[in-house]
Design a protein around this ligand. Structure first.
Ligand code: AMP
Ligand code: ZN
Ligand code: FE
Ligand code: FE
Length: 283
């Protein structure tokens, strides 16, 4: 059984429609795929319908924009109720922060000599309710300022980069609480990817597990090298948490993140499902 628990459609900053993503998942030989768009459930119903046609099990998910000490942390939530009022209210607040960030980022890009218009960015945002930096990157590519999304991040948009602007994100402990309150399972995405090790050192991950009942974290992710994976696996084993593997697929928007390039152990997925059944029967 091949299981990929972290993917993005163009309902956030991927490039496939949810239907295309599920077709690609079938082609890639996946049995289970979770759609985890940034801060929105809007693609899940379409993905589930496509999954029924394609014979692929679709898991409802989101990747919640969280933070710790002002630094970005991504929290995956599985099986959370999209209608949960507290979670939905915070998601709305996060998406508003994404939209409001656009104008100051474009102002900085103008000052840096690489102007792009808001209309151009919105062409890439399309119907997505979740405006992301990759959409701004796409506009920079279209204007000929950079080669690809990666260069746009490296030169301008990365955390701490010259055109980076902070936006609202949920404290990660509160994020876990909201996900659990909505009947979901909470798994930290790429905990030690892209400099996050300083934000989430072992003692902080341990605290999130013990004090906040974090369910697990990603180990097999393209942003983790082999040594990082080995260290995380040892920590996760000691803490007794769910350790997942996934692609963080973004369609053509992210190289080296093909569907199924990392997968989750079926026994881990079975435990995740067992916890979901328990939380839903309690809720
Ligand atoms: P945002 O949601 O607007 O904060 O942007 C985060 C998204 O940008 C994530 O989905 C990442 O995949 C992507 N991203 C973040 N940092 C980089 C980077 N250095 N290079 C390419 N993509 C990145
Ligand atoms: Zn993304
Ligand atoms: Fe992420
Ligand atoms: Fe992601």
């Amino acid at each position: 059984m091949r299981i990929d628990l972290h993917t993005h459609s163009r309902v956030s900053d991927g490039t496939d429609t949810p239907t295309e993503l599920v077709s690609e998942a079938a082609r890639a030989g996946l049995d289970v795929v979770a759609l985890t768009d940034h801060d929105t459930f809007d693609g899940v119903a379409e993905a589930e319908a496509a999954g029924e046609r394609a014979g692929v099990r679709v898991v409802s998910g989101i990747e919640v924009s969280c933070s710790r000490g002002g630094q970005s942390v991504h929290l995956l939530a599985y099986g959370a109720d999209p209608g949960d009022v507290a979670l939905a209210a915070e998601m709305t607040r996060v998406r508003t922060g994404r939209t409001d960030r656009l104008t100051p980022v474009l102002q900085k890009l103008l000052e840096l000599g690489v102007p792009v218009s808001e209309a151009e960015v919105m062409r890439f945002v399309g119907d997505s309710p979740s405006v992301g930096r990759p959409h701004i990157a796409d506009a920079l590519v279209a204007a000929g300022h950079v080669r690809d999304r990666t260069e746009a991040f490296d030169l301008f948009l990365a955390d701490g980069g010259p055109a980076h602007v902070h936006r609202y994100a949920i404290d990660v402990a509160r994020g876990i609480e909201l996900v659990h309150g909505a009947g979901g399972i909470a798994v930290v995405a790429h905990p030690w990817g892209r400099g996050r090790r300083r934000v989430l050192p072992p003692e902080v991950l341990e605290e999130l597990v013990q004090a906040n009942h974090l369910d697990g974290f990603e180990v097999d992710h393209q942003d983790h090298d082999a040594d990082t994976r080995a260290e995380l696996r040892q920590l996760g084993g000691r803490l007794g948490v769910l350790m997942t593997g996934s692609s963080d697929y973004h369609g053509t928007g992210k190289k080296d993140h093909d569907l199924g390039c990392n997968t989750t152990d079926p026994a881990v997925f079975a435990e995740l499902e067992r916890r979901l059944r328990t939380s839903h029967s309690l809720g």
